[in-house]
Design a binder for this molecule. Structure first.
Ligand code: SF4
Length: 179
């Protein structure tokens, strides 16, 4: 089986992607998400990913949590959605590519490709650019059709589903939308 180094953002998105990867890949999940605030929310998402992935014998590597790195990455663009997200993708996927290279993987990807709420084309471009820079293959798939079934699986199995993307700014924006 091919080995895949997968940047993973949360349990529900893992569910969606796993439906496609399970037959052909041995997956190592890299939970590198210093964008998630506050830390209690980060812990909750990681804990729920563990329930999903470890239960399917898939590995998880936790990256460092330093939300100052995210704050620095989006500096000046905090209230500028969606531009700030491109910096956020770059931060997380660059660290993923670096780690994949260090650990001897040839393939990397991200569960962010399953979400219809993320900027899909830009993610693809950033992943491909980093693949070239780090001599890796960026495994691109449009996994968005699997999003709803992933969310449903999470619901059925009592896995936490967050209501905002991750950073404090997205939490404020979500609150305005839902209230
Ligand atoms: S909204 Fe999501 S993708 Fe955009 S900067 Fe915040 S955490 Fe990152």
């Amino acid at each position: 089986m091919a080995r895949m180094f997968l940047h993973t953002c949360c349990g529900p998105c893992f569910f969606g992607v796993w439906a496609d990867l399970r037959h052909n890949f041995e997956v190592t999940n890299f939970f590198y998400n210093p964008n998630i605030q506050p830390k209690t929310e980060y812990d909750k998402r990681l804990e729920n990913l563990k329930k999903v992935a470890l239960g399917r014998s898939q590995k998880i590597i936790e990256g460092s949590y330093d939300d100052r790195k995210h704050q620095k990455a989006i500096l000046g663009l905090e209230t500028n959605f969606p531009k700030r997200c491109l910096k956020c993708y770059e931060l997380r996927l660059t660290e993923t590519a670096k780690m994949a290279q260090k650990l001897g993987y040839e393939l990397f990807s991200t569960t962010l490709l399953v979400s219809p709420y993320q900027q899909h084309e830009q993610l693809k471009q950033i992943g491909q650019k980093l693949g070239q820079a780090y001599n890796l293959e960026f495994y691109y798939r449009d996994w968005r059709p699997l999003f709803r079934s992933g969310q449903q699986s999470a619901k059925d199995q009592n896995i936490y589903r967050q209501r905002y993307c991750g950073c404090q700014w997205s939490e404020i924006e979500a609150r305005k939308t839902f209230h």
